[in-house]
Design a protein around this ligand. Structure first.
Ligand SMILES: Nc1ncnc2c1ncn2[C@@H]1O[C@H](COP(=O)(O)OP(=O)(O)O)[C@@H](O)[C@H]1O
Ligand SMILES: [Mg+2]
Length: 499
């Protein structure tokens, strides 16, 4: 009898244990299912849990996590309840409750059996770990998103590539600037985006990064369409997954380069100006002495003396020398322009018509009716216009038309790199002459550059420095054989200053 009791008890305990383990197994499967979201998972645990109880049909379950509640279908609160806290990092974040809907026979923890308590405790333990994992995953996801946002919203291109140069990751800016989509980029190597002239330096650079940990250098990048642009690259090593990779932050320095070029052009002009001023000044003094002595010599000779003629020729040559040295002086004449508000349109029209009168070049002048006024040094500005008109005449020895267009242009972005945003008067001079060879385009503003037999090469350099001093600029567009267009941008005067 006693022995049977023992067996019966062991059998019952074994059955309870099997039930408990089954339930735990099933719930651990629910929790580890990858595809479902957190709320669905918790609900499915709650739905399943009554199965693990002694009287499944009469049990109901509620799980409270923070503000959220999950209940089994037949849920109702009663006095026959068992509960356990859900803990995350030792903090209570909710609780799990099991109720029996009716009074049941008395048991270990009335009316619950010992195994039901163990089951409840085990399940809340599992739920705690599960929720903790979800919170960590969520945090990770958020921080990943934050980094991805920073990565993609950076003003600079960012590349991650391995030590062989293969691109592993790029941000949106990099794709945009180079004209590739992300998938295309990830198939490329840094050699594909380096300009062909500098691609051979890639491995030298990687070696340098290895040696110094970080390396900043200038390079030239090539877009998908083959066009190139200057960049500044800052590279360093990072751990990327299991491998060592290089992260490069790449800045487009097109604007900076342009500015630097402008600056160095302006500096060159300035130092040449100082030099020219010195020469012209000494030169004028010497010419004065020459003039004086020649006329003295002429006075001492009888009129029909054979030396008179060569002396006359000498005087003529000196006239030319004087005019050249005066040109030099205007080019170099530092000094701020003495500016007044003028109707620049009228001024241009008058100068153009005067300079072309009697020549075989005709002027066609188009002008906005309400053309803004400008603050200019009248004689300096006249000199700029005359220089351009004379050049146009020289370019069209057989005659033609010089079209002068004057319009108001507000500039509010980097439309013309060296201009501050603001209102400008744009004056363009288009001729039908022989145009300018491509190779000469960036030389024509250099002082003394000329392609003419008797040119001084000072017209455009003077125009350049005068426009600069007026906070404007001069630009050129030309195609050999099709003529040239010179464009002046002159800042408009404030309306208040108009007379
Ligand atoms: N309208 C134009 N058409 C063709 N070439 C031009 C024109 N204006 C200037 N150039 C070129 O630029 C050079 C420099 O011009 P500039 O500084 O005025 O000096 P110069 O007229 O004394 O040669 C010229 O020699 C010429 O080659
Ligand atoms: Mg000239």
């Amino acid at each position: 009898m006693k022995r049977d009791d023992g067996i019966e008890k062991t059998t019952r305990e074994l059955q309870e244990r099997v039930k408990e383990l089954n339930c735990l197994y099933h719930i651990s499967e629910l929790i580890n299912k990858k595809s479902s979201n957190t709320e669905d998972t918790l609900q499915s645990v709650v739905d399943y849990l009554p199965e693990g109880c002694q009287y499944p049909e009469l049990a109901c379950v509620r799980l409270v996590v923070g503000e959220k509640e999950f209940k089994s279908a037949n849920f109702n609160t009663t006095q026959w309840k068992q509960e356990a806290d859900v803990l995350v990092e030792n903090q209570r974040i909710g609780c799990l409750e099991i109720f029996y809907l009716q009074k049941m026979p008395e048991a270990d923890e009335c009316p619950f059996l010992g195994y039901e308590r163990k089951l409840l405790n085990n399940i809340t333990g599992m739920l705690g770990k599960y929720i903790e994992r979800k919170i960590t995953e969520e945090k990770l996801k958020r921080s990943e998103k934050r980094f991805r946002d920073i990565f993609n919203n950076s003003a600079d291109s960012i590349f991650i590539h391995d030590l062989k140069g293969n691109i592993l990751e790029v941000n949106d800016v990099a794709c945009e600037r180079l004209g590739y989509c992300r998938e295309e980029m990830l198939k490329l190597s840094v050699l594909d985006i380096d300009s062909p002239d500098t691609a051979h330096l890639a491995f030298k650079r990687i070696r340098k990064i290895k040696e110094e940990g970080e390396y900043t250098f200038e390079a030239v990048h090539r877009r998908k369409d083959g066009s190139v642009f200057p960049v500044e690259v800052n590279s360093r090593f990072i751990e990327y997954g299991d491998e060592t990779a290089v992260v490069s932050i790449v800045r487009d320095i097109t604007e900076r380069k342009k500015m630097e070029e402008e600056m160095s052009k302006a500096q060159k002009l300035e130092s040449l100006g100082t030099l020219a001023a010195g020469i012209a000044h000494d030169f004028n003094n010497l010419l004065m002495a020459l003039f004086g002595n020649i006329s003295l010599a002429k006075m001492k000779l009888p009129e029909n003396h054979p030396a008179i003629e060569p002396l006359n020729s000498a005087e003529m040559a000196m006239d030319r020398a004087t005019s050249l040295s005066n040109k030099l002086l205007t080019f170099s004449k530092g000094g701020e322009p003495v500016k007044k508000v003028f109707n620049a349109g009228e001024l241009v029209k008058d100068v153009v018509e005067l300079d072309l009168s009697g020549s075989n070049v005709k002027a066609e002048i188009e002008k906005d009716d309400d053309l803004w006024k400008a603050e200019v040094d009248k004689s300096q500005f006249q000199q700029v216009v005359t220089g351009l008109v004379v050049n146009a005449k020289d370019a069209m020895p057989e005659g033609g038309t010089l079209t002068v267009k004057m319009e108001n242009v507000p500039i509010n972005d980097n439309y013309v790199a060296e201009l501050e945003p603001g209102n400008y008067i744009k004056i363009s001079f288009s001729d039908e002459g022989k145009g300018i060879e491509r190779g000469n385009l960036d030389k024509i503003f250099d002082p003394f550059f000329t392609t003419k037999k008797f040119g001084s090469g000072l017209g455009l350099s003077t125009a350049y420095s005068i426009m600069k001093k007026h906070h404007g600029c001069i630009k050129v567009e030309s195609e050999p054989g099709k003529g040239s267009t010179f464009i002046l941008y002159l800042p408009a005067a404030d309306f208040d200053d108009w007379e």
